[in-house]
Design a protein around this ligand. Structure first.
Ligand SMILES: [Zn+2]
Ligand SMILES: [Zn+2]
Length: 294
């Protein structure tokens, strides 16, 4: 289930998968797939909520059920070694540095682990960037062949776009979003509960079309990187500001809380003021580590 690659390396292939007519069946399939999984709560620990690094500001990292990381900005500085060894897979939204910064160090800490290799799961275009630019035996060793090709520490798992793949007890569906490089949001679901992560994106459509059809949606995690005073920078780098977030709300399913993350640390104070001024109770700024159980 979900092991096959669809070679989604180009925008053209992605848009083929996301022909508007297919959004309904895709979303239903996502839900139905989660119905096959055992019923239990969905535990999400927020280990890092920022889009940049400074003391006290950890980069984007969510830990799902203690074993699946969604992005890896800060895994090794937040998890003790024992908890690092329990991480079975890292699902990446895209190949920007702030989202995989701790991955090379996590992999190095797992050399010799007896269980299966650490899976790095994402659509093929994301994995290609990591192979080429990170685990290339120059920037960092190619741990898909270490300590030996027969017993590697790391395994890349290309995931189909728009269709769910199984990750432990959850089903995860990658949905393309808008960014300066290929970037994916994810629907993470279990029977009776689901959440959506936007990944890095500017104003977008498809993930909201999918989200509107997800039953039992408990929360949306949405990026906001810059303040409205930096609207030009946000547009050029394809990120959100508070005003853009407010406009996105109309596309989302109603009444679902929206947790904002990925603030650039120098922009945080201003973003906080602008979000407060919107007086929109659904919007909550995720400013510190916290745990959710849905
Ligand atoms: Zn980022
Ligand atoms: Zn990015």
């Amino acid at each position: 289930m979900g092991e096959e690659s669809d070679n989604t390396g180009t925008g053209r292939t992605i848009s083929k998968h996301f022909d508007q007519r297919r959004i309904g069946p895709l979303a239903r399939e996502s839900y139905n797939r989660s119905a096959l999984l055992p019923r239990s709560s969905l535990a999400i620990r927020v280990l890092g909520t920022y889009g940049g690094s400074a003391p006290g500001y950890r980069m984007t990292t969510f830990l799902i059920d203690g074993e699946t990381a969604l992005d890896a900005g800060a895994l090794t500085e937040t998890l003790p070694l024992g908890a690092q060894r329990r991480v079975r897979r890292v699902v990446l939204t895209h190949a920007h540095f702030d989202h995989f910064a701790s991955l090379p160090f996590l992999v190095a800490n797992l050399v010799g682990r007896e269980s299966a290799p650490l899976e790095v799961a994402a659509p093929e275009s994301v994995l290609t960037a990591l192979r080429k630019h990170v685990f290339n035996d120059v920037t960092w060793p190619d741990f898909t062949r270490l300590p030996s090709p027969a017993k590697p520490t790391l395994r890349f798992r290309p995931t189909p776009v728009g269709r769910p793949f199984r990750a432990g007890a959850v089903a995860i569906t990658p949905v393309p979003v808008e960014h300066v490089i290929p970037s994916y949001g994810y629907v993470v679901s279990k029977p009776g509960r689901a959440v959506v992560f936007s990944g890095d994106t500017c104003p977008t459509e498809r993930i909201w079309a999918v989200a509107r059809r997800v039953r039992d949606l408990k929360a949306i995690f949405l990026e906001v990187s810059f303040s409205d005073a930096q609207a030009d920078l946000a547009r050029d780098s394809c990120h959100m500001t508070p005003s853009l977030v407010f406009e996105e709300l109309a596309k989302m399913p109603p009444r679902v809380p929206v947790y904002l993350y990925h603030m650039k640390p120098p922009s945080l104070a201003r973003i906080r003021r602008e979000i407060a001024a919107l007086r929109e109770p659904r919007l909550k700024l995720l400013e510190s580590e916290r745990s959710f159980r849905f």
